[in-house]
Design a protein around this ligand. Structure first.
Ligand code: NAD
Ligand code: LMR
Length: 326
């Protein structure tokens, strides 16, 4: 077992996602069974009391890998020396809202947190934004942290990736393990695009195994609308699945994966997606870094959907520019 604990910051630690996330991090699901972790938990002042209760429960689990816990409401102090930062803390949307409706309320959280990470995080920090609208919040944090390499800022579309896999597996009555190459493109909003033309199931192209009408009229809307459907059913936004996807993303980013995974990363212009936004791409991850998969053939439908989602992200970017957040 390595001895130096990895410092993992979680914001919004007393919230719903936090309650699923912290216990899995402390159990070793994030960084593996040999890596001790120190949790650095950030909350707003009124939530610190509730956070105390969560910390009591963490203590009561007696996790062997949990080397320490620090809590507080000052971002610079909590982010001091952190190697991974999971930025979850933000308001969730309510039924009838779009995620972009949260920009004005949540966007400003990420100016301060970006600046605090810039000042106090470790040189190797990796930052993953889950709080919505995740892609543009990550852009805000990145822009406010000029000394941290841009590629260290990611946003979460792994939940959409997992949903896309789950729905396809259900339709074809196969195990999710048979599905390869599936990826989400674009924004974590209803314009996101799960590409079945470059996905294989048991070695066959997924789009050839289903009707085109099912892809366009049922599958894509179902994956894209899943967050809203959960809010309607649960009366609260997804939490355990969001925490699980947050773990999946950071786990693979740090430890690598044999699979293609969906990660929202700063666009480098690949596939015509304009630079200056953080968009989801199919990525490969190894040795602690990711690469956007190159050479994927996109048909006209896919290209159109990807560019439409990129246009949404450009719209959000323009909105936060107007708000003075970037
Ligand atoms: P929640 O309301 O239960 O918890 C949010 C927590 O964040 C609260 O405890 C709040 O006090 C805290 N918080 C608010 N501002 C903060 C700040 N400046 N610093 C630190 N903490 C702060 O919400 P939740 O269900 O845990 O969801 C959190 C966010 O994650 C929401 O924006 C939600 O929409 C988003 N989300 C994203 C995905 C995704 O796939 N990207 C999935 C699910 C939820
Ligand atoms: C989700 O996809 O479940 C989250 O982004 C919450 C939401 O607002 O849909």
């Amino acid at each position: 077992m390595s001895t130096t604990p990895v410092k993992v910051a979680v914001t919004g630690a007393a919230g719903n996602i936090g309650y699923s996330l912290l216990f899995r991090i402390a159990s070793g699901a994030l960084l593996g069974p040999d890596t001790p972790v120190e949790l650095r938990l950030l909350e707003v002042t009124p939530a610190l009391k509730a956070l105390e209760g969560v910390v009591m429960e963490l203590d009561d689990c007696a996790f062997p890998l949990l080397a320490g816990i620090e809590t507080g409401d000052d971002a610079e102090t909590i982010f001091d020396g952190v190697n991974a930062a999971l930025l979850v803390g933000a308001m969730p949307r309510k039924d009838g809202m779009d995620r972009a409706d949260l920009l004005a309320a949540n966007g400003k959280i990420f100016t301060g947190q970006g600046a605090a990470l810039n000042k106090s995080a470790a040189d190797d920090v990796k930052i993953l934004v889950t709080g919505n609208p995740a892609n543009t919040n990550a852009l805000i944090a990145m822009t406010n942290a000029p000394d941290i390499p841009r590629e260290r800022f990611n946003a979460l579309t792994r939940l959409d990736h997992n949903r896309a896999k789950g729905q396809l597996a259900k339709k074809l009555a196969v195990s999710v393990e048979e599905i390869k190459g599936l990826a989400i493109w674009g924004n974590h909003d209803d314009s996101m695009y799960p590409d079945l033309y470059n996905t294989t199931v048991g070695g066959k192209v997924a789009a050839d195994l289903v009707d085109e009408a099912w892809i366009k009229d049922e599958y894509i809307p179902k994956v894209a609308g899943r967050g809203g459907a959960i809010i309607k059913a649960r009366g609260a936004s997804s939490a355990a699945s969001a925490a699980s996807a947050t773990i999946d993303h950071m786990h693979d980013w740090v430890l690598g994966s044999d699979e293609i995974v969906s990660m929202s990363v700063p666009s480098d212009g690949s596939y015509g997606v304009p630079e200056g936004i953080i968009s989801s791409f199919p990525c490969r991850v190894s040795n602690g870094s990711y690469e956007i998969v190159q050479g994927i053939e996109l048909n006209d439908f896919s290209r159109e959907r990807i560019m439409a989602s990129a246009a949404r992200l450009q719209g959000e970017r323009d909105q936060v520019k107007e708000l003075g957040l970037i």
